[in-house]
Design a protein around this ligand. Structure first.
Ligand code: FEO
Length: 388
């Protein structure tokens, strides 16, 4: 019942880039009783109502399942409940706080926990709480008979497409978006991801489709994305490196390239990003797929260049596992940028695996040789890295 948002390019304010748009998926189950699973963002409320109207009378909805309070899925609740004020809004225990906290409405509520069921007729809805995947309130809804798992944000992708199913879209784009979504949103909750997947697999529920709240529905080999999440959640170290930097007058850029040459000398694949040009969320997806992250900045006003701080904040917040780090940068007189980067690495739990390099003004040959050595040391450390 949901909508395809071809136009959106930023999500969560400026928090997440969505180069390929997104979808807000909502599902309607028509049995003896009718249930709507999730809604859409409030700007799309009318479109949702029209979609429902094409199938059934929206005033006759009995249950609205609100798996998660974030307004891209709950935003149309007021419009829907205005049409069917008798409907019961079904929420997880944490959702019983967050959803009324967003809407402050006297709706009819029902709180459910893992294993609770609601019979609609021939089919039942079964609920599985999934706290921190990715909010405390997150919940999965499973539809018996048709064997459809509706896990809300989990297994989703910000990917607007003409068709609704995984076998109908470009696989490379699909996995690029699924990985970017995981890396940027779910990385800090990787331990919960593993536990939740194991818990659900133990239930031995048949799964014919996995129908998330963003992107395509997994109907061809639906468990492929579950297996992929399990692999991603392990965050095993990969022998690749990301070098990212910003530069005022090319000095720090030259250092980045010398570090890259050192990595290449060790046969280590790497990518270099100028953060004044690169998309932060794309770079996070690259960091996610790399064992080493090497960050450089010129010193400006005793600190970092302003494009570097956000990605360092992301590294701290996303709590990547099994990474090693290194810092570098040029300066004119005070030169604190490198120490700031080292401090962020420490807070992010990313150990330094090579001595940082600072270069005064433009790097000379010995400075560039130290950068090359840094790259080589990182390359050697990567090849010895084992998962923790
Ligand atoms: Fe798609 Fe957490 O909202």
């Amino acid at each position: 019942m949901g909508v395809v948002d071809w136009g959106v390019r930023h999500f969560h304010g400026f928090g997440l880039s969505t180069h390929r748009g997104t979808t807000y998926n909502a599902y309607l189950i028509v049995d003896e009783q009718t249930a709507l699973v999730d809604t859409v963002g409030s700007p799309f409320s009318e479109e949702l109502v029209e979609n429902i109207r094409a199938v059934t009378d929206p005033t006759q909805i009995d249950y609205v399942i609100a798996n998660h309070a974030e307004p891209d899925h709950s935003g149309a609740l007021p419009a829907i409940l205005q049409l069917c004020p008798q409907a019961t809004v079904v929420v997880s225990k944490q959702g019983a706080k967050s959803i009324p906290g967003h809407y402050h409405q006297p709706w009819k509520w029902q709180t459910v926990g893992t294993g609770d069921k609601i019979r609609l007729g021939r089919r039942e809805l079964m609920f599985v709480e999934a706290p921190m995947l990715h909010w405390p309130d997150s919940m999965f809804t499973y539809l018996t008979e048709d064997h459809i798992l509706m896990p809300n944000d989990a297994f989703g992708q910000h990917y607007a497409t003409a068709f609704r199913f995984n076998d109908q879209v470009n696989q490379e784009e699909l996995y690029e978006e699924a990985l970017k979504y995981y890396a940027n949103i779910l990385t800090p909750y990787s331990e919960q991801v593993i536990k939740k997947i194991d818990e659900i697999l133990k239930l031995n529920l048949p799964v014919a489709m996995i129908a998330p709240s963003h992107g395509v529905i997994w109907r061809e080999n639906p468990l492929q994305i579950v297996q992929k999440y399990r692999t991603w959640a392990l965050q095993e170290p990969l022998p690749r490196a990301v070098i990212l930097y910003d530069t005022m007058w090319q000095a720090t850029r030259k250092m980045a390239q010398a570090i890259g040459a050192g990595l290449a000398a060790e046969g280590v694949e790497h990518k270099i990003f100028d953060m004044a040009q690169a998309d932060r969320n794309d770079v996070i997806a690259e960091i996610f797929q790399s064992g080493a992250v090497i960050i450089g900045s010129s010193t400006l006003n005793n600190g970092l260049l302003p494009t570097i701080t956000p990605i360092l904040e992301d590294c701290r917040g996303l709590r990547f596992k099994n990474k090693i780090g290194a810092a570098f940068g040029s300066y004119g007189w005070s030169g604190e940028a490198v120490a700031h980067i080292e401090g962020y690495f420490q807070q992010a739990g990313i150990p330094l695996a090579a001595e940082s390099v600072r270069a005064k003004w433009q790097p000379d040959s010995p400075d560039l040789e130290r950068c090359r050595t840094l790259g080589q040391k990182m390359g050697q450390a990567l090849q010895q890295q084992k998962p923790k």
